[in-house]
Design a protein around this ligand. Sequence first.
Ligand SMILES: Cc1cc2nc3c(=O)[nH]c(=O)nc-3n(C[C@H](O)[C@H](O)[C@H](O)COP(=O)(O)O)c2cc1C
Length: 381
Amino acid sequence: MRSARHARTAAGIGVQARNAGIIAYIIVKSKFLFQIILGKDKMQLLESLWKKGKFFLGVRYPIIAGAMTWISDSQFVSAVCNEGAFGCLAAGNMEPEVFNEEIKKTKELTDKPFAVNLITIAPFYKRHLEVAIDNRVPFIVFAGSYPRKPEIERVKASGAKVLSFASTESLAHRLIDMGVDALILEGFEAGGHVGHVSLGILLQQVLFKVDRVPVFVAGGIATGEFMAHLLLMGAAGVQLGTFFVLTEECRTHPKFKEAFIRARARDAISTPQIGSDLKVVAVRALRNKGHDSFSDLQIDLIDKRKRKEISHSEAQYQVEAYWTGALRRAVKEGDVEMGSLMAGQSVGLVDQIRPLKDAIHLLIEDAEAELEKVKERCQMF
Ligand SMILES: Cc1cc2nc3c(=O)[nH]c(=O)nc-3n(C[C@H](O)[C@H](O)[C@H](O)COP(=O)(O)O)c2cc1C
């Protein structure tokens, strides 16, 4: 009897000792993990944060220089890739033959992976798609609207990876269901064609919830600090456009860059839409005379419509024709008054032209310094 009780007591002590051992192990282990995080040097942290994006794109830095029509040509894209970031060749409204040449030139100038950016609503879209597939480009980014499922399947069958812009939560889920390999989640702060939802909202609706595909984040990013926090939030990488305009390798008319240097964040506005009769595609660009007279044109057309002097389709055509060629005039000819100075609100964060290499390294150094600050804040708890 006594020995049975002894045995039970001994067994109880054994269980307690084992539990205490497990608890001690967990404490030591989590302290160890915590020490690993805190002990990681700056670059190691950045490396582990953007590992997924690096692997997906096959680059040193998963920093995407977003495609910019009339800007992102073979020279610029290859320069970006050769600096370790990821470039996107803009098909824009290029003649398909020229686009074909540009892809070939990019391949000659870099052995690194790059993407081609196709605008699904562009006049030559279908031919651009054929050219991209024929050239076996490693990545295709769909922009404008969204691709059809058979197009995604064809691109994937060619061996390329598919990325597509998502500017709303529902579109993000739809694209994933259609089979895209990654998303570019872009907030309405961005330059160029934009949606209506801010990046802050999209992060909460999509980035925090989606783990089926890598999510690259865009719109309003122009500092390493912000990049670091987006990576901490789970972004696979980032995409910047406006920031890269102010690099030496970006070949625009000097007046286009000067306008960027002078501009404040609030100068980058979305195209004004007067009334609801005439549809206006939202594009974020620096406010100039062109914007103001676009509003005047709409008012004039609305008046004419009321007086039944013009049909709806003719008025709509005039609205759409207004900006045709306007980006090229600004980028190539320096027409900063009437041309389209596409820029994001991040224009308020950039004010000097740097060599591409320095610009990329600035982002990385600032991200590393920011992660150090985050570590210090964590140590306070
Ligand atoms: C001048 C300019 C032209 C652009 N052209 C394109 C384009 O042809 N295709 C596209 O998908 N995005 C285009 N964009 C959007 C960029 O690729 C990128 O997603 C955007 O600039 C990110 O926002 P940010 O300007 O705040 O960095 C353009 C942006 C700018 C500023």
